[in-house]
Write a protein that binds this ligand. Structure first.
Ligand SMILES: C[S@@+](CC[C@H](N)C(=O)[O-])C[C@H]1O[C@@H](n2cnc3c(N)ncnc32)[C@H](O)[C@@H]1O
Length: 360
């Protein structure tokens, strides 16, 4: 009986924190759709032909059903004691309104770049050579690429609107794979590295589950690392570094787990291979690599049409190669064994282990 009450309490508390959040971002999405429809009807709008694909795409009902399955999994993870009731730390109403304003203010610029297929504004005399060429693009057609404070402050609203408020929920689906790896171990003796940590939302979820774990987050963007430092300041045992995942500033065999969330689809194929090799070098024997990113072609055939349209709408230059990439084969070449894939709405969690007996 007590068990039933406590389950009911957990679900109620979960719904009370997540449903308003979903509604907030669904509201943004609805406004976005209306603005897009109005732009298409205007005389100057929609100069580029709409994106075509013959592959099937899910209807709204299917999308909502899959979102619901994801939320049920999230609450099941809480009930199983894998992580506590999540706190998304979205900030005060004022902060959220400020970020919404940043989000909406950038839409005309995004539209302009999309129409003209312009995505190289961040490749300038000042940036050329300081960052890899593949990185210096306006990913998602967003202003500032990865280079500005406004871009960092706008990013989480953009991603949550894209996924109707489920981006953090999907990120948390990497945690059960860490839970399995950390079972029976003292979290104070463990070290986790998150590459391409962005604004630090995933690291926040990791800290909520394992507050004494030592974390290292790295990202090539100074602005995103600054934002992550602010966002994560309530936690201790956490280092955030501006660094390239192609040359991880950590010794061989030194970390227990490496995660990367929504990053590998933004890397050219040859760089993906370098990064996975670096991860294999830095992982301890028996360590685990978790890549959480978009579904790939054929994972959910009903979504294949969405996967085809996405890179054209959001400037994702390496996404087409990503959807057909063979990650288990890349990992194998680097000495990592593919354990499993776990689908989570429009994302998937790919799990790889380094052999416990054979150092890299
Ligand atoms: C789509 S964002 C994902 C951010 C975050 N992991 C999340 O959960 O939203 C991709 C991130 O990868 C970073 N990035 C891209 N290439 C990188 C590289 N070679 N080394 C380090 N970070 C990189 C970008 O700066 C950006 O913050």
């Amino acid at each position: 009986m007590n068990d039933r009450f406590s389950r009911f309490g957990t679900r109620l508390a979960y719904a009370a924190s997540q449903l308003p959040r979903l509604a907030w971002y669904a509201g943004h999405e609805a406004v976005l759709r209306r603005l897009a429809a109005r732009t298409r009807r205007s005389p100057s709008g929609g100069a580029r032909p709409p994106v075509q694909s013959n592959a099937p795409a899910p209807d709204q009902r299917r999308i909502y059903a899959d979102m619901f399955t994801l939320l049920r999994q999230d609450v099941a993870n809480v009930e199983a004691g894998i992580y506590p009731l999540p706190n998304d730390h979205d900030g005060s109403l004022l902060t959220r309104l400020y970020r919404s304003q940043l989000f909406f203010a950038d839409l005309p610029e995004i539209h302009r770049r999309r129409e003209r297929n312009e995505f190289r504004e961040v490749l300038t005399e000042k940036t050329r050579g300081r960052w890899p060429d593949y990185y210096l693009q306006n990913f998602h057609f967003q202003s500032g690429g990865w280079m500005t404070n406004d871009s960092a402050d706008r990013y989480d609203t953009q991603v949550e609107v894209l996924f109707t408020g489920t981006a953090n929920v999907m990120r948390r689906q990497a945690l059960p794979q860490l839970f399995e790896r950390f079972a029976g171990l003292d979290q104070r003796s463990l070290r986790l590295l998150d590459i391409g940590c962005g604004t630090g939302r995933f690291l926040d979820a990791v800290k909520q589950a394992w507050p004494r774990l030592s974390l290292l987050g790295l990202d090539l963007s100074e602005a995103y690392i600054r934002h992550a430092r602010r966002h994560l300041r309530r936690w201790t045992r956490i280092d955030l570094l501006v660094a390239n995942a192609e040359a991880i500033p950590a010794p061989d065999n030194s970390v227990d787990a490496i995660t990367s969330i929504f990053m590998v689809h933004e890397l050219p194929p040859e760089i993906r291979r370098i990064v996975v090799k670096e991860c294999a070098r830095v992982l301890k024997p028996g360590g685990r690599l978790i890549l959480l990113d978009s579904l790939q072609r054929g994972d959910e055939p009903a979504y294949d049409g969405l996967l085809e349209r996405f890179p054209q709408k959001y400037h994702e230059p390496y996404y087409r190669s990503y959807v057909d990439e063979d990650f288990p084969a890349i990992a194998k070449q680097c000495g990592l064994t593919h354990r499993r894939n776990v689908k989570a709405f429009v994302s998937k969690v790919m799990v790889f282990d380094k052999s416990a007996t054979r150092p890299f």
